[in-house]
Design a protein around this ligand. Structure first.
Ligand SMILES: Cc1cc2nc3c(=O)[nH]c(=O)nc-3n(C[C@H](O)[C@H](O)[C@H](O)COP(=O)(O)OP(=O)(O)OC[C@H]3O[C@@H](n4cnc5c(N)ncnc54)[C@H](O)[C@@H]3O)c2cc1C
Length: 411
């Protein structure tokens, strides 16, 4: 049981909030841990929301970051409330019901809000976003076999939802405003393969299309009016057009923000005793003087631990290599590092239908690697690719491209 009334406060009971609370206890904090979250759920992981939860292979309980008993045994106080205001000078938080909480150190783990479309009909009950368990609980029952689903957005979430809806036997049309899927997040060749994979699995993919309005029909289904003049018919529209970092609390408190909360290497914000981590944090890149923001499981998992140690007075530096994966059908996509910093790309075909694109900067140093292929077919190669990017060494491009040369030998 907590021995004192000193409080470590965490705003946002998502992946970061939960893992940070756990880490505080593991690191020996014996005071109170107040984990305050606007959602009614204990911390859970979001990746299954667009995948196994939608296909019915996983239950909501199985998405939990830990079991309810583990939180209880650790004495983590889960407070379901929206934090309305933060006063860094007084070290206080104001909760939605007007209650005030005094903290010793604070972690802002507020994640992001799903971006919404600002077009007529966007608030119709059949137009949904996917960010939370409650969103998934609304979407799941609508993915009945034969249902007409229109997915807006050809990014990771949109594509994963499309794959899950196909697995449930829905009729799926995906519309994307750009000229290719996945924006600039992956090499064009991988985006093209993802496109072909979805078409092979029966998704109608429409590029360079944007919705203009949703009109409700008498039977409660929707007409999706596109800017091109075309009209699609939908039982449900699922919008996956990214998130806005939830930095409003920090901004109102005078903490430095720039589309996210600015933090230093130690994940400390511009206010003493206040840290930020996860989707909301804009942190220094390990590759240069610029800052980045990551919306990934790995970032949430690893930043939470560093932030928790530093809340307790540590000065750990966050130096993790960015990395994420996306599962679609029987394929997987993985990206490590910051491919956008690359000046030159080298393709390696390790076999089994996989491909890995390595990105080298102007100095020939590895800054990124993106892999795509059947799940498992390139897991080992990708693990080594991550290690190579982690080292940031200059590597002979010909060796990288040659599958006969073992990546391990280049480490
Ligand atoms: C559907 C989906 C699929 C994903 N799939 C993958 C994947 O395959 N691979 C991958 O690497 N990553 C994936 N991600 C990304 C990953 O899940 C996120 O990066 C991670 O959840 C971020 O954690 P977080 O704690 O920063 O934010 P969140 O998990 O969003 O938690 C933030 C919490 O803060 C709360 N909050 C905000 N403001 C306040 C306030 N003022 N008061 C109280 N509470 C507040 C919110 O309600 C929310 O519960 C996926 C995300 C989603 C949504």
């Amino acid at each position: 049981m907590p021995a004192t009334e000193r409080v470590m406060a965490i705003v946002g009971a998502g992946h970061v909030g939960g893992r940070a609370a756990q880490t505080l206890r593991e690191a020996g904090w014996r005071g109170r841990i107040a984990l305050i979250g606007a959602e009614p759920h204990l911390p859970y992981e979001r990746p299954p929301l667009s995948k196994a939860l939608l296909t019915g292979e996983r239950s909501a309980q199985q998405c939990g970051l830990r079991s309810p008993e583990a939180w209880r045994d650790d004495g983590v106080e889960h407070i379901v409330a929206t934090v309305r205001a933060l006063d860094p000078a007084r070290r206080t938080l104001e909760l939605g019901d007007g209650a005030t909480l005094h903290y010793e150190a604070l972690l802002l783990a507020t994640g992001g809000h799903a971006r919404r479309l600002a077009i007529p009909g966007a608030s119709h009950a059949g137009v949904l976003c996917l960010r939370t368990l409650d969103d998934a609980a609304m979407i799941g029952p609508r993915l009945a076999a034969g249902a007409h689903i229109v997915v807006v957005g050809g990014g990771f979430i949109g594509l994963e939802v499309a794959a899950s809806a196909r697995a449930r036997g829905c009729d799926v049309t995906l519309i994307e405003g750009g000229a290719r899927l996945l924006g600039r997040a992956v090499p064009a060749a991988i985006a093209a393969r993802a496109h072909a994979l979805h078409e092979r699995n029966g998704v109608r993919v429409l590029l360079k299309r944007a919705p203009q309005a949703f009109e409700k029909r008498a039977d409660s289904t929707l007409d999706v009016m596109l800017e091109s003049g075309e009209t699609l018919h939908a039982d449900t529209v699922i919008v996956g057009i990214g998130i806005e970092p939830a930095d409003e609390l920090a901004r109102a408190a005078g903490i430095e923000v720039a589309r996210g909360i600015l933090v230093d290497e130690a994940l400390a914000t511009s206010a003493r005793g206040v840290f930020a981590a996860g989707d909301v944090a804009v942190f220094p890149s390990r590759f240069g003087a610029h800052r980045i923001r990551q919306e990934t499981w790995h970032n949430a998992e690893t930043q939470a631990r560093v932030a928790a140690h530093n809340m307790l007075g540590g000065r750990d530096a966050y130096r993790e290599l960015p990395w994420f994966w996306s599962d679609q059908y029987d394929h997987q996509l993985q990206v490590a590092g910051e491919p956008a910093l690359g000046a030159r790309s080298i393709v390696r075909i390790p076999g089994g239908g996989a491909e890995i694109h390595f990105d080298l900067d102007e100095q020939g140093r590895l800054v990124g690697a993106s892999g795509f292929g059947p799940t498992g077919a390139f897991a080992r190669e990708m693990k080594l690719a991550r290690m190579l990017v982690e080292r940031g060494a200059a590597i002979d491009p010909q060796s990288l491209a040659n599958p006969e040369v073992k990546l391990k030998s280049l480490l």
